[in-house]
Design a protein. Sequence first.
Lengths: 304, 337
Amino acid sequence: MPVATVLGADWQTLADAFGLGGIYALMAVGIGLVFGVLRLVNFAYGQLVMAGAYALAFAYERGWPVWVGILLCFGVVVVLSLAMDLVVFRPLRSQSPAVMLVATFAVAFLLQSIALLWFKPLGKIAASLSSLNQPWTISGVDIRKISVVATVVAIGCLLALVALLGRTSVGLHMRAAALDFRTARLLGVRANRVISSAVIISGLLAAIVAVLMTVQTPLVTPDFALRDTILVLAGVVLGGMNRLISATLGGFAIGFASGFLGGALPTDQSQYLPSFLFAAVILVLLIRPGGLFTRSSAQAVERV
Amino acid sequence: MLELLAPVVLVAAVALFGTLVSTSTQTYVIGALVNVAIVVALYLFIGNSGVVSFGHISFVAVGAWTAGVLSIPLAEKPAIMPNLAGFLRHTSVGNVPSLALAAAVGGVFALIVGLPLMRLSGLAAGIATFGVLEITHNLLRYWEKIGPGVTTFSAVPETTGLLQAAIGALVAVIVAFAYQRTRYGRMLRATREDAAAARAVGVSIYGQRLLAFTLSGALAGLAGGLYVHVLPLNTELVYLNLTFITLAMLVIGGATSLWGAVVGAVVVSAVDSFLAEAENGVHVPGGTLDFPSGTRIVVVGALMAFVLIVRPSGLTGGRELPLPRALVRSLLTKFST
């Protein structure tokens, strides 16, 4: 194989890997934010993304303009995540983390099969932004726009989130609640408000992820984003759940690894990609059970 | 020993019910009994240790693959599994040895996986066991040297009838009961209740969890062997959906008791079978029920979420069935005279 094509493939693969890493990092933040205030790992996060993708497909089928579709997607996902908080998370707040994990596992399957009933298994198309799949030529190298857009959007969202958490009082409350919920409440942080804002932000992130993901995978099926959620959860635990930054890095790392290996490996090996990834995850967990990006002194708070 | 009575009677009653109904309904009863075996295997580890494992279905899958590959008649192997590795191609065993081997392979696989994984706890353990499920599914799906790959496991002798399923479920129940009565079972339950206190009195959390994981892996392997002899499997049938539905059974019944595991498996299987029939249209007094396909998981998922919210310890409250004191006393006096 000529060197040029190898390099060319590598640039696109690298850009794809960055894009996927960015998307996974956003999902990791969405999961990590809720975990911070509720100590709850939301298995059903992927189903929020799925709902958003169906909203986009719904708008696309009716030929609505792109911005209406995106608005609908945001609305649907935020409402659904608030509903999830109200119906499932709130009654379970006092339960053990194990019960909550299993409960969100149930919600994930529930939402998935509702989608199956409602929209049928064949899937719908959400291709309103498919022009982003066209390549940009940057100094002789073709790179698909979506890889760049995904990376930029992810960085933008993360910066906005840093500003929100660092500069606003809601952000301060959220950080306090993540550190020690009970003490934060004693000091006047309103529990329900903090939790609701974390849930809303996490929903907004899910909506953004839905928009980005439908560009690359326009076919929306009931198991949309299911595999990605499993990978992101692995990444989040890999990075370390206790701090948002380490969870985000973990999400990015697994997205990057998945995108890079998926593009770089030949087909007869890339079918074993999940095995490689999860074997690596297990290996890292054994060496650093608290997380890859945590300080070694930090002790895990949750017990399942 | 009295606590063993209720689960055994329930399993026997389900099996007896199976002899009374039509052949098509009997399939569901056999399925329910296999589910009992899987859920009891799950219970042995999750219920006693309090650690959630999403990986047990990989032991079921490995057991199913072992029993399936080994019991397909030699003449039919090349057609179904052309790329099979050497000795598997020339070996074929009977029904009972295939089940024993399924249990053995399930147990050994669980031991190998557990050696590193049981050092983890909490969320890390949950995600790592999920990783095991993903890896197992991935390998079984694409590695054609050890099985049929993506194609369906046809030509496995369908030897799991009502009797074999019932015996399998009873074996699982009795093993789980015997285990929880030993000091090892009690030590593991102690670590579940208070890890620090258990460690303080000299219980090795790692060792106890590893023992239970291996034992429950063997039971799961046995259940997988039973399963592959019921109907032609493929990798998708021993993956996420089965993981979900068996965990739901355990949680709905009550994860911390054997009675809960059996009740959950039987109740959810009954609901699930009814809905499966209803998806094909079923006649009830006053009309026909015809649910769209996919109703089953909606109902089971809703049921599971509902039970978790309203009654997190499950239908049985996570206790063994308390027999009426009067009955116990009369039995005791009868035996002592």
